[in-house]
Design a protein around this ligand. Structure first.
Ligand code: KG4
Ligand code: ZN
Length: 374
């Protein structure tokens, strides 16, 4: 790690207990979709500040993320978000050692805003610049610690599971190499929750709301069959989503209310809550099933789970048991870094610095909507 041990002063109002910040100090930027995020991570992987500004209100009237609005909102939000991150960490732009920004995958217009800001900052300050893959950010985020503690060491080898709104995938990480083992063939885990929740009349992001409804139901009363068993590793959630939507239609035909009523408690009848629980149970079982298949094929002893949908309560309850049964050491992303954030982008850049991997040319880096990992 370059210049380890040097200290940058931190204002006491940020983290009174830290006492100092290790070099290199990395500023991260994430703007791949509808969150404008800026974070500061130090050489020990401590998150000194992580600010995420949501654009949900701006997109709400349209029922989904509008790319053009996302780009404009990033531009509007960036000054306040970056100021708050720097002030929260108690550091100045002149203290930075490196700058990192997401280059893809995502909405190109949205990515371009954050990437261009990062490139300009790095170029103006003559700092190393890292154009980071969004999934690379998620992949290492389970090793970040909440509340300003140093990050755990990133193991040399591990299997990474990313479950989000855009991705459901398994990766094998070995040193600097990242190999994609499996991806979803259709919907992502979070996307299926969002679509099921939309049918229930819930607003985006529906995943956490469906998860909360499922807590009130009983999965055994509405079991949804898993996909036909194969030994393949790929994920698929569109079949499960369709089964759940068809089950809702059947309930509606029987006169059961299937649109959430915010004024009622619970907001939906018991049959629908049971269906939400059955849907979630089946979605989580698919994840555990793929992990079991992979483990049978080629044993692994470390698993790191990340992504917005890694906040799913049932998944978080069941993963530790799955791992303990097989002697697998589990790193579950802290809830605060499960959704899109810039701390994970800065941390991925820190990893590259630690491995001695080269920085990117700020004049040449471009935003890309589709980008394979590795
Ligand atoms: O990682 P993320 O913030 O953005 C993407 O890169 O996609 O993930 C957001 C996704 C959304 O689909 C959201 O509904 C889902 O994660 N999600 C959940 C839960 N919390 C967020 N899905 C199921 N259960 C949850 N508790
Ligand atoms: Zn993400």
């Amino acid at each position: 790690m370059p210049s380890a041990g040097l200290r940058v002063p931190v204002r006491s109002r940020c983290r009174g207990t830290l006492g100092g910040v290790e070099r290199p100090l990395v500023l991260g930027i994430e703007s791949s979709c509808d969150d404008t995020a800026c974070a500061l991570v130090d050489g020990a992987g401590r998150v000194l500040a992580s600010v995420v500004s949501s654009q949900l209100a701006a997109h709400a009237p349209y029922g989904g993320v509008v790319p053009e609005i996302a780009s404009r909102e990033h531009l509007v939000n960036w000054p306040a978000v970056s100021r708050e991150a720097l002030a929260g960490a108690g550091v100045a732009i002149s203290d930075l050692d490196a700058v990192a920004a997401t280059r893809g995958p995502g909405l190109v217009g949205a990515l371009l805003v954050g990437l261009s800001l990062g490139k300009a900052l790095a170029w103006a300050r003559r700092l190393p610049f890292f154009a980071v893959h969004h999934l690379e950010g998620h992949l290492y985020s389970p090793f970040l610690a909440p509340a300003g503690e140093p990050a755990a060491p990133i193991p040399e080898r591990f299997v990474g599971l990313v479950v989000s709104g855009g991705h459901t995938a398994l990766y094998r990480v070995a040193g600097a190499a990242v190999e994609t083992l499996a991806e979803t063939r259709d919907d992502a885990f979070g996307e299926a929750f969002d679509k099921f929740g939309k049918r229930l009349g819930l607003a985006y992001p529906q995943g956490p709301k469906v998860d909360a409804l499922a807590e009130l139901g009983e999965a055994k009363r509405a079991p949804l069959p898993r996909l036909a068993g194969t030994e393949e590793l790929f994920f698929s959630y569109s079949g499960l989503k369709t089964q759940a939507l068809v089950a809702l239609e059947r309930l509606e035909a029987r006169g059961v209310a299937t649109r959430a009523n915010a004024a009622a408690d619970p907001p939906l009848p018991g049959e629908v809550l049971d269906l939400a629980a059955g849907f979630r149970d089946s979605a989580v079982r698919q994840v555990l099933d793929r992990l079991t298949r992979l483990h049978r094929r080629a044993r692994f002893d470390r698993l790191a789970v990340s992504g917005g949908a890694a906040a799913n309560r049932e998944l978080r309850r069941r993963l530790p048991g799955w791992a303990a049964e097989r002697g697998v050491e589990l790193a579950l992303v802290p809830l605060v870094y499960s959704g899109d954030n810039a701390a994970m982008i800065a941390f991925a850049a820190l990893r590259r610095l630690r491995l001695g991997l080269p920085a990117d040319d700020p004049l040449a880096a471009t935003a890309v909507s589709r980008l394979p990992v590795g």
